[in-house]
Design a protein around this ligand. Structure first.
Ligand SMILES: [Mg+2]
Length: 498
């Protein structure tokens, strides 16, 4: 082997090694192959994508402000301010069944896996009675609210806690009204700007400053890609958050705006992808939008509103050459995938925690799979033995007297075997349940892992896999990869190939 060839192979292998060395929570996971060298324009959402929030503090702030509105504007007694609202009550992907006081989690077939009424878990019998119907659950129905963004978690935590409270205080509780009151109060706190004003007043307390963010954006820019910011937040808040995240991070970029070729605020996603709203230029001193629609997009200006058709026309980049990075299935991903063919990447802040759990419980998860497989094999043996026993009994009922002693002995033997198999199966089932519970509790004591429901993929996990080409725990994870990276999806095996 010549020295040159060896050097080339070493270089190739060291590249591979570097990749594997990326810790699981820093990795970018791929559902559909994506060649970054074919991407010309990268769009970034702001909230929960570039700007990560201190979830526990933000949730507490949001709940406190909502409680104030419930008391001040909706006639709730001041005692609700004293209730405790544990943040681990909710995870992304759960569904509020508003008229019933229930909250549930589904698997990808639409099967309801576990249900809480308030904070009390329903027994299997109660669950089957309420949700095991022939008609599939249509999440688009008004009665359900799917929590698919981190901004939605306080809704669920408040609803669950206050269902308990209302059950203890009112004879005929109206859970639907409770939900509407909570929803309206949260909206009021958003609309009158109390929430954002509180965040702006203590930016380091609420917004997580990611040390790799500026370098990551710079890396994409210096590799020749254009970038844009497309957020639903309006200018004053966007300006405050982005300034906090990026200003002063790199000398070549005097302000955060220099990282982006286009800046769009108040984008009304998913309306941006569905509707025909025009772009309006924003006066960055007052935050006011101009009255006449913009006909061109300039890099040094800020726009509000807009729509994807005009955006593609004005930037002359479209379809597969655009990658949009967001955190919201409904607002950021679904429309893009269904209609425009932009590539998508999803930032899921919680993924890092889930990765931690999976790493910590790697051995137990493997043990669980083996145990579960053995238990299912045992069940087949039980079914077979039970069938044998029935057949012996049938023979016994219809045979001549002389044959009976042999059949009675055979029946006794079969019964003993069956009992022993059943005992083993029960013991194994207990072990599976205990192990399953302890693994699930480590993810979340109420709901288990975000991406799984029992042995299946959760509905949320399925949506991520359907609509996000890539997914990762934070935007700056792109820094560990080449800007020309060819992300490849793992080859999916069919059951017979595993
Ligand atoms: Mg967002």
């Amino acid at each position: 082997m010549s020295g040159d060839t060896k050097a080339q192979i070493d270089a190739l292998l060291s590249e591979v090694r570097r990749d594997i060395d990326i810790s699981t929570k820093r990795r970018i996971y791929c559902n559909r192959n994506l060649r970054m060298d074919g991407i010309e324009l990268i769009g970034w959402d702001m909230d929960y994508t570039l700007a990560l929030y201190n979830q526990e503090r933000l949730e507490k702030l949001s709940i406190d402000l909502t409680l104030e509105k419930l008391v001040a504007n909706h006639g709730y007694p001041a005692e609700i301010m004293e209730l405790s609202f544990p943040s681990n009550l909710a995870i992304r992907g759960i569904v509020l069944d508003c008229p019933s006081g229930n909250v549930f989690k589904m698997d990808h077939h639409g099967y309801v896996g576990r249900v809480f009424h308030g904070t009390r878990e329903l027994s299997k019998e109660e669950r089957v009675k309420q949700y095991r119907t022939d008609s599939r659950i249509r999440l688009s129905s008004d009665r359900y609210r799917w929590i698919d963004t981190l901004f939605g978690l306080p809704d669920a935590v408040m609803y669950m806690t206050m269902v308990d409270w209302i059950d203890g205080h009112v004879e005929k509780p109206d859970y639907q009204k409770l939900f509407i009151d909570i929803r309206m109060s949260i909206d009021e706190a958003h609309r009158d700007d109390t929430l954002k004003t509180a965040i702006k007043a203590d930016m380091p307390g609420y917004v997580v400053k990611d040390p790799g963010l500026a370098e990551m954006l710079h890396k994409f820019r210096s590799s020749g890609k254009k970038q844009f910011l497309l957020t639903n937040s309006y200018w004053p808040y966007t300006q405050a958050v982005m300034e906090y995240l990026l200003d002063g991070e790199r000398q070549a970029y005097p302000t955060w705006q220099n990282y982006f070729d286009y800046i769009i605020v108040g984008g009304s996603k998913p309306g941006f992808f569905n509707d025909q709203n025009p772009f309006y230029e924003v006066d960055i001193n007052t935050g006011a939008a101009s009255e006449t629609p913009a006909t061109e997009l300039h890099g040094d200006r800020v726009y509000q509103g807009g729509n994807i058709h005009s955006f593609e026309e004005m930037t002359r980049v479209s379809g597969e050459r655009v990658l949009y990075v967001g955190d919201h299935i409904y607002g950021d991903m679904i429309r893009l995938k269904k209609s425009r063919g932009w590539r998508t990447a999803m930032v899921l802040q919680e993924l890092a925690l889930e990765n931690d759990c999976s790493d910590r419980y790697e051995q137990e998860i493997r043990d669980l799979e083996v145990l579960d497989r053995r238990r299912r094999n045992l069940q087949s043996e039980i079914d077979y033995e039970a069938l044998m026993l029935k057949q012996i009994q049938r023979l016994l009922d219809n045979c001549e007297e002389a044959l009976k002693p042999r059949l009675v002995a055979a029946k006794k033997q079969s019964r003993t075997t069956l009992d022993s198999l059943r005992n083993r199966s029960r013991a194994m089932q207990d072990e599976v349940t205990t192990l399953e519970r302890s693994i699930e509790r480590s993810y979340n004591p109420h709901w288990g892992a975000m991406f799984r429901e029992g042995a299946a993929t959760s509905r949320f996990g399925q949506q991520v896999s359907d609509y996000a080409d890539l997914y990762t725990s934070r935007a700056s994870n792109f820094l560990s990869y080449s800007p020309l990276r060819y992300f490849r999806a793992p080859r999916k095996a069919m059951p017979h190939e595993m």
